[in-house]
Design a protein around this ligand. Structure first.
Ligand SMILES: [Zn+2]
Length: 319
């Protein structure tokens, strides 16, 4: 394990590798064992149980990623005789060169990200695209490391969701447009300082407003809802920069959008315990997924228990 922390790789990749070795990644089989009601089949091939071995080596989709990297020929023999994923990774750490180890970890995390894209986003990118993105990400990180050793640069913005400070809450919000059916939906999910789910709300309405207007609707609904919950110190997190910028600006918009912004401003003014924060889309997964399922529920729906579609993300972000 010591060797793991010394690897010249980004911190989030170390954490990823550590979680893989500790069997803490939320594979479907693991989630099912923990009582989360979900399928245990692999999201790619839907033909096998999704456990760590299948995700990273067994599945044909993993194989196409390995084959797109060029590292496969150096590790094939070790993987073929391996009996378990942890054993294989430790034997790789102990027997191949450091640059190859780095390639292996970059590839493992690429396979994991691609798997998550398949589960949570529109679908997995082609293996060639995914591996070249992963390599580019790693080269950018290396270049940033080289720069920061000569000059101090501000830290790279973290793309992970972060728990709020002790005693405070976050409310992630998002909107989704359903072009095919001319609806738009929105979502909000409140978590405490342990990252635990408290409650969530979704809603939908007819029409296809511009994205910023749908996002402003999400924000206004969230503020109005939080006020009724009488929680102290809630940070509302949105990935829509244009709405947050428009709110802090003084420009008035004479439109539906302007009227939504004005209502938000008024409520925020009267409730100084509420604050707004911009977060990158990657850190707003919970709200993103929830907004996409909003139309499966009533036009205004409150979740007292954690919806199964976001349970894995919440568990993931609690660790
Ligand atoms: Zn599979």
């Amino acid at each position: 394990m010591k060797k793991l922390w010394a690897l010249p790789i980004p911190h989030n990749m170390k954490i990823f590798l550590w979680r893989l070795l500790r069997d803490c990644l939320p594979s479907r089989q693991r989630l099912q064992q923990k009582g989360v009601p979900c399928t245990s089949l692999c999201p790619h091939c839907e033909a096998a149980q999704e456990n760590n071995w299948h995700i990273f080596f067994g599945c044909q989709e993993a194989q196409t990623v390995w084959q797109a990297t060029g590292i496969w020929q150096h590790i094939k023999s070790l993987v073929d005789v391996g009996e378990g994923i942890v054993e294989v990774i430790f034997s790789l750490l102990g027997s191949i060169s450091q640059s190859h180890i780095v390639e292996v970890v970059v590839t493992l995390s690429c396979i994991w990200r691609r798997r998550n894209a398949k589960v949570w986003d529109q679908g997995a990118p082609p293996s060639g695209v995914a591996t070249s993105q992963a390599k580019q990400y790693f080269r950018d990180w290396q270049a940033a490391q080289a720069r920061s050793s000569t000059q101090r640069t501000p830290p790279v913005h973290d793309l992970q969701w972060k728990k709020p400070h002790a005693g405070t809450f976050t409310c992630n919000i998002d909107a989704a447009l359903f072009q095919d059916s001319s609806y738009f939906g929105y979502s909000m999910c409140i978590r405490n300082d342990h990252g635990q789910f408290l409650t969530a709300k979704t809603g939908w309405a007819h029409g296809l407003p511009p994205v910023h207007e749908a996002e402003a609707t999400a924000l206004l609904t969230a503020i109005q809802w939080i006020v009724t919950l009488s929680l102290t110190h809630v940070t509302i997190e949105s990935d829509c920069k244009s709405v947050l910028d428009a709110l802090s600006g003084t420009q008035s918009h004479h439109s539906e959008y302007g009227s939504l912004l004005n209502k938000c401003r008024g409520l925020l003014h009267n409730h100084p315990n509420l604050s707004l924060k911009f977060i990158p889309r990657q850190a707003n997964r919970v709200a993103h997924c929830l907004a996409r399922v909003s139309r499966c529920y009533a036009s205004s729906h409150i979740f007292e228990f954690i919806p199964s579609c976001i349970a894995p993300i919440i568990l993931n972000e609690m660790t």
